[in-house]
Ligand binder design. Structure first.
Ligand SMILES: [Fe+2]
Length: 336
């Protein structure tokens, strides 16, 4: 590893701890990493926590593949009961973000959390990381309000997606539509870094239509487009000749629960790069992601060992009759 990267990691960590999480003196911050995490990241975070007069605990959990990808270790679950802030920096899995106990503690507003999972240091320093997060939060709140007032969301893309879902009206972590715009300063707030999206779990059994996945997918290698047909909230058909279809067929065989449509999310970050990385691209202004698998984080009851985001490029999005995006271009006044 290039040791000089610690310089950039320190500046980033200070920004995260002071600005994005507003960590206060005396608070307890749990940082969860795995063997694939770049060490500079969690060392810099720990140092920054200490520098503001708070206490860090760093927990190293096993590398998780497809199996139990949303499970923390039992001792880490116990530790969560004692902390004010959780920062997940695991590289191999999203366990600190998608673990059921984390969702419960957020819903009870006992912790706040920042998800930096499944990323490299570059993701934290370039592209979406450089956005104005105060402006992003304001846009996120505005879009979330419009979405939560609608009955149905409809998504189309030039690649052929034509998908719709009913709007869930029950709040999760106090929000009908979850705003994740990089800031988590109050108990119950959850954000990622880098960030910039609003999302929710579709109303049970209502998502339907055709998804033409032309962007990256968490957990799948390659970029060949494929088609998913969705009926009553679950994938009923999979089509396309490429490598990703074969990978996904295998996943559906071993984990049938992965057919469940868990989440619809809308990217809002104007600085996100188009670099093939699903975490970066799903946050890009005008991209949409639809996730397969577990919806526990989104207030649902569907348990599954995975939660995989699938990115759709440059979407047109309607909230009932309101055209929010046209081919990826925001159609409402950002500053209104
Ligand atoms: Fe999302």
């Amino acid at each position: 590893m290039n040791r000089q990267r610690i310089i950039d990691a320190i500046a980033l960590a200070q920004r995260i701890v002071r600005h994005h999480l507003a960590v206060q003196p005396g608070e307890n911050v749990l940082i969860v990493a795995d063997p694939e995490t770049e060490t500079d990241i969690y060392l810099a975070l720990a140092g920054s926590v200490q520098a503001v007069g708070a206490e860090y605990t760093v927990a190293l959990m096993p590398t998780r593949g497809q199996e139990r990808a949303t499970r923390l270790t039992r001792p880490i679950e116990r530790a969560l009961e004692e902390v004010d802030v959780l920062i997940g920096v695991t590289r191999a899995s999203g366990a600190p973000t998608y673990a059921p106990r984390v969702a419960e503690l957020l819903a009870q507003r006992r912790i706040r959390a920042l998800s930096m999972v499944m990323r490299d240091l570059d993701n934290y320093l370039k592209g979406a990381a450089t956005a104005d997060y105060e402006a992003l939060e304001a846009l996120g709140q505005r879009v979330a309000q419009l979405w939560s007032q609608a009955e149905e969301i409809r998504i189309q893309t030039r690649a052929g997606t034509d998908f719709r879902a009913g709007v869930t009206k029950e709040p999760v972590m106090g929000q009908v539509v979850i705003v994740e715009c990089g800031l988590a300063r109050e108990p119950g707030r959850e954000a990622a870094f880098s960030d910039g999206e609003v999302s929710q779990r579709p109303r049970t059994g209502t998502s339907q239509g055709v998804l033409v996945v032309d962007g990256p997918v968490a957990g799948l290698k390659g970029m060949d487009p494929f088609i998913l047909e969705v009926e009553a909230g679950r994938v009923v058909r999979l089509e396309g000749g490429g490598h990703r279809v074969r990978q996904l067929e295998a996943v559906f065989r071993s984990l049938p629960c992965a057919r469940h449509i868990a989440e619809v999310g809308i990217g809002l970050n104007p600085n996100a790069l188009r670099n093939g990385d699903f975490e970066e691209e799903k946050k890009a202004l005008g991209n949409v992601h639809v996730a397969l698998g577990s919806d526990l984080f989104y207030g649902g009851t569907h348990e599954c060992g995975l939660h995989w985001d699938m990115v759709l490029y440059d979407a047109s999005v309607w909230l009932d009759d309101l055209l929010l995006f046209k081919d990826g271009k925001l159609m409402i006044d950002e500053t209104a």
